[in-house]
Design a protein around this ligand. Sequence first.
Ligand code: ME8
Length: 650
Amino acid sequence: MAEKKPFYITTPIYYPSAKLHIGHAYCTTIADAIARFKRLAGYDVFFLTGSDEHGLKIQQKAEEAGVKPIEYTDKIVASFQNLWKRLNISNDDFIRTTQERHVKVVQEIFRRIYAKGDIYKGKYTGLYCTPCESYWTEHQLDENGCCPDCHRPVQPVSEEAYFFKMSKYQDRVLQYIEEHPDFIQPVSRRNEMINFIKQGLDDLCISRTSFNWGIPVPTDEKHVIYVWFDALTNYLTPIGFLDDPEKFQKYWPADLHLVGKEIVRFHSIIWPCILMALDLPLPKKVYGHGWLIVDGDKMSKSKGNVVDPNLLIDEFGPDAIRYFLLREINLGQDGNFSRDALIQRINSDLANDLGNLLHRTLNMTLKFQDGVVIAPQGESDVDRSLKADAAETVTFFAENMEKMELSRTIKKVWAFIARANKYIDETAPWALAKDPAKKQELANVMYNLLESLRLISVMVTPFMPVTGERIWKQLGLTQPFAEVQLTDIETWGGTPAGIHVGQPEQLFPRIEVEKEEQSAQQPKAPKQGKKEKAEKPAKKEAAAPGQITFEDFNKIQLRVVKVLEAELVPKTDKLMKLTVDLGGEKRQIVSGIAQHYKPEELIGKNVVMVINLKPAKLRGVVSQGMLLAASSGEDLKVLSVDMPVGSEVH
Ligand code: ME8
């Protein structure tokens, strides 16, 4: 047998500074769909994901939690691994940058590049963004003098540090990018990177002495290696860079680094410079995908719009979430996540189109042929047209998945599902079943439907692995599902005659929107938790008209917050934009108090805020809460209290 072609695909390694949200799940799901497709297409796939555990931010979080950094990361990393398991992510390894195998690699790389003269000791003075773990120069800051990535304030720092001579590789990296049009994708990101390099690359600071949660510089232990140098090299560790030359030879260079758009720069500029210093070939492709936006807004803890993938899996199952993310969003662009759109897709595409096709086909096979698949003989025009569509869909699938056109591929497969549903109406098997002379014609129709579903079950698998296998089993196919390859669906007729189909099982229950709306009135967590769903809700005493129950009142979360910044919203005379501190978390509120206060009168005040109000946009500015105020006639005063920031108000 010919040796399988290797395919090495990676996701970024995630920071265990907080729980993962649906945006992280999006990135990993894309990589998983590609990895699964490549396996199907006969590649020897190595799919890597992991965790990026060092750095000041993690050290600070651990200190806040009163535990050692490794205890802190152990716990969060376990939650990552659990999430990937629940989402059926098929990674072949999980790298933790705290693992001994990785520490050895990073230190060896440091040694090699130092020995070559491309790492030197100097003095670092610059600006550091703690949340992003990034150093910036003055001219890179945004218009407010903040971090150009996260737009939060940066701190000036000055210390002895090791530097990597990126400047030495600037011309070579630029030349490489220009000569390899496929290296950075999509093209828009490639142009951004070219412009960035043309502005000149500074040498990169790769060590710190002001914290110690990191990999020590091998020859100078008071320094720890700066996180990006440690993080990027993760891609070399599990494929045997130090300990398995044969494996390394096989998988390096990586075929695809899939990353979010904001870290393309690290992967397509810094990482190539490090690899050039190591005399290693560069990865074949860096693909920068867009962000997942929630109901039109970027997800962030401070906006309170973070969507927890675990709760969604509890509620809708992993495949529906995967389907939605991959179907709804074009890879290179930002895309919107909305619960309503998710429910709509589940009902129309999964329960209706796919679920009905399977259900009707199996039911009719059971009813008209005792569940036995009968070999087809001859074909009608409509049969021929269905088969032509099937062949075209399989070709489209193979070609477009290679091009990472995931959403387009899904749409094409669903067009074929619609085609197969239409074929049922066109051929009307129930009418054929009434006429004994049409027995073979009926058998042909049933065969064509079952065979269409066989192809569909394989084509949906990269996106929905559980569903693909469930369809396969219900069809009664005997070939082990795990062994199925793309070649098995490239020719029509793989369903063997004589097998028995199984009983239809519902793939996706319809979500009743009315019920949804009712349950949306309930507090969020119980609605999403499975256990709570199974339990009967306790009977509640209804409130009289005009009254609210204690439970209603209890839903409102009131907190003492400090006003940090205040400014008028341009082109309005009533609205003021405030930045408030909730006690470790900042939020932005838009409040209609501009006719009653000057901005400077509010700054520094401790006021009362509703913190769990659904974010809204006022004149295009996002407001993530509401201030309480008392008014009488023209007079209005915000409720201000002499209590520490973060105090709860009952
Ligand atoms: O950047 N939509 O880690 P990270 C889509 N440790 N993708 C999103 C997203 C969203 N809303 N939010 C985050 C790091 N991501 C480094 C990587 S790699 C050597 C080191 C994506 O946990 C984000 O774009 O902050 C990034 O690709 C990934 O999650 C990891 O983010």
